[in-house]
Design a protein around this ligand. Structure first.
Ligand code: NAP
Length: 253
């Protein structure tokens, strides 16, 4: 793969593991300088940075819990010192405990899911638009949001709050895309299906994706690389007429 590092920077929230990690490596291969955001796992983030460096790419790790506005401000200030912001991947996301019905959910759980998945993504987009929009003197760019097929399926008896947070991401993608379409910024979302990452373990059900694989029309789970490939395509000029669009990458699920 061609390695041609320019000053184009991509900020990836939750770039330390799973889909974010795969996207960081794929973006670096395509010449982006990568800002690897992480919530708490510095070791994993440092490994991603080292892996990119070993392939002659450029990356830095920055701690950023997207539920903290001050962390987000700092993340983008660090990105400013690294080059010209050209892309944001709003990837960092969480699920609550799997198998909890709405009539059993605590306010704290729901607020945390919304703070990370929704408010965090909108605030990161705010910082990106301030830098990329031609309205503000920027050179344009791309924002890719991580939604989920849960936005369509609703995730009943699993995590309806999470599904609702991803429904919000779909609406946000459409609206922001229209808002900044004439300012050089494209906005799109990916709806992954069942992907082989640690998010299922964080919901208390490490094997969930394998258990449900038979319900996927392709009869298998997806890989983080399969999502990353779609994300870096959306970031590329090959997707130059794609905005306010939502792409299912789900094996048909
Ligand atoms: P994962 O393996 O659990 O990794 C989560 C990543 O997000 C980690 O880098 C983690 O950082 C980071 N993160 C967690 N809480 C955060 C916070 N408060 N602020 C910033 N970053 C935070 O998850 P994944 O499966 O790769 O999921 C990535 C995205 O894809 C999420 O938005 C998820 O909803 C979406 N998605 C995943 C699937 C799937 O089946 N895997 C399906 C549909 C959608 P640390 O390493 O520091 O903990």
């Amino acid at each position: 793969m061609e390695t041609n590092v320019t000053d184009k920077v991509v900020v990836i929230t939750g770039g330390s593991r799973g889909i974010g990690r795969a996207t960081a490596l794929a973006a670096a291969e395509r010449g982006f300088r990568v800002v690897v955001g992480y919530a708490s796992n510095k070791t994993a983030a440092d490994e991603v940075v080292a892996g990119i460096g070993a392939s002659n790419g450029k990356a830095i790790a920055v701690k950023c819990d997207v539920a903290e506005e001050s962390d987000i401000i700092n993340l983008f200030q660090q990105a400013d010192t690294f080059g010209t912001l050209a892309a944001l991947v709003n990837n960092g996301g969480i699920v609550g405990q799997s198998g909890v019905r709405v009539d059993e959910m605590s306010a704290e759980r729901i607020q945390r899911v919304m703070a990370v998945n929704v408010t965090g993504s909108i605030l990161c987009a705010r910082e990106a638009v301030k830098r990329m929009s031609t309205r503000h003197g920027g050179k344009g760019g791309v924002i890719v949001n991580l939604s989920s097929v849960a936005a369509k399926l609703g995730a009943p008896n699993t995590y309806v709050d999470y599904a609702a947070s991803k429904g919000a991401i779909d609406s946000f993608t459409i609206g922001l895309g229209y808002e900044v379409a004439a300012e050089g910024i494209r906005v799109a979302a990916i709806r992954p299906g069942l992907i082989d990452t640690e998010i299922h373990a964080s919901g208390g059900e490490p094997d969930r994706h394998h258990r449900l694989a038979h319900m996927v029309p392709m009869k298998r789970v997806g890989t983080a690389d399969e999502i990353a490939n779609a994300i870096v395509w959306l970031m590329s000029d090959d997707a130059s007429y794609v905005t306010s669009a939502i792409l299912d990458v789900s094996g048909g699920r």
